[in-house]
Design a protein around this ligand. Structure first.
Ligand code: AKB
Length: 348
């Protein structure tokens, strides 16, 4: 039977977000990937020219998703769209809709896609350290590097959403329609997820997250603006420079599925306290006006996230090694990148 041909492409949802910026730039430099970018807001013009098509719309719009399936063969889906942890607490119901129903829609799209093409569709999902829930600051500070299977009791809607979507992804990858007589291991959704720490980009400033205090601090200092950090000076969670996050995503995407021992992996790079980071920033901009004004509610969220995570699985299974420790991230990536820009882009 002659099947209508659809173009093979990579779908990136939440394309205008921080990870979307880094991913599209990197894929464009590598060449070869035809990117269909989907976002609620208009894509930055610098990114749009690097995409095969830019679609402005919602991951909750199933008709739109069906139209996309009718035109394209999605071989890989980077599902980056999400409502982050702070914003999600103001509208938990809407966050659930976007973070869970949106992800379910994309997983369904991947499953349908795979049935059409008779091949497994890679589904890359950025999860988060927000899936963890440390019961107290004492326990948090007494624990070393947290492993994937421990302390999975998130306290935020966003963390609950990410944790549940990891389960959904595992279901679609391993157990989808398990009672069907037509099950075939050659197709289905090849779900792979990374529990990202806080991310710092030289190009964009995040908004709506709770790990935003470090990126906000350095971008404010570079812009000569005062910054009141919303967590205590001793606050410590893991972070990573954006190029390492993008490398991790692409390494995991390209890993042989048979080498993967789990569907969700921790990755990490450095974990300075807010004060240690402030000292590094002050060394570069001695006149920077950085103070602390603790928001106790947001502090409680950050205190529920681990001080460090164990990423041995990512290292063993797909060869992940961060290239940027804190000093290198500052000296070779953040300081030159931020200083060289007039105004970083603020993304949601
Ligand atoms: C957030 O703060 O919500 C995110 C995250 C840690 O996943 N940056």
């Amino acid at each position: 039977m002659l099947r209508p041909m659809r173009e093979p492409v990579v779908l990136v949802t939440g394309a205008n977000g921080e990870i979307g910026h880094g991913l599209i730039e990197t894929l464009a430099v590598e060449g070869g990937a035809r990117i269909v970018a989907l976002d609620l807001v208009a894509l930055d013009s610098s990114l749009a020219s690097k995409c095969h098509e830019v679609v402005q719309g919602s991951i909750l719009d199933r008709e739109l998703l069906h139209r996309l399936v009718s035109r394209y063969e999605f071989r890989t889906i980077h599902h980056l769209a999400a409502m982050l942890s702070t914003r999600a607490e103001f509208t938990p119901g809407a966050a659930h809709e976007v973070n869970v129903q949106g992800t379910l829609n994309l997983l369904e799209l991947a499953a349908v896609q795979s049935e059409w093409s008779d091949r497994r569709v890679k589904f890359l999902f950025p999860s988060s350290i927000a899936v963890y829930g440390m019961p107290s600051l004492e326990v948090k500070t007494s624990m070393r590097r947290i492993q994937e299977k421990t302390w999975n009791l998130p306290t935020t809607m966003y963390g609950c959403n990410k944790a549940y979507c990891e389960h959904l992804g595992r279901y679609y990858a391993r157990h989808y329609k398990q009672l069907s007589t037509q099950s075939s291991s050659s197709c289905g959704v090849d779900f792979r997820s990374i529990r990202f720490p806080g991310l710092i980009s030289a190009v964009t400033v995040p908004s709506g997250g709770t790990s935003d205090f470090l990126p906000e601090m350095i971008h404010a200092a570079a812009a000569g603006k005062p910054y009141a950090c919303f967590v205590r000076p001793d606050t410590r969670i893991p972070f990573m420079a954006m190029p390492d996050a993008i490398r991790a995503l692409l390494l995991l995407e390209r890993a042989d599925e048979s080498f993967l021992t789990r569907r969700s992996y921790n990755v990490t790079s450095f974990n300075p306290s807010a004060e240690e980071f402030r000292e590094r920033v002050m060394a570069r901009w001695p006149d920077a006006d950085i103070t602390f004004s603790v928001d106790t509610k947001r502090q409680a969220i950050v205190d529920s996230w681990p001080a460090d995570v164990n990423d041995d699985g990512a290292r063993a299974d797909w060869g992940f090694r961060p290239e940027y420790d804190l000093d290198r991230a500052l000296n070779d990536y953040l300081l030159p990148g931020i200083s060289g820009r007039s105004e970083p882009r603020s993304v949601t």
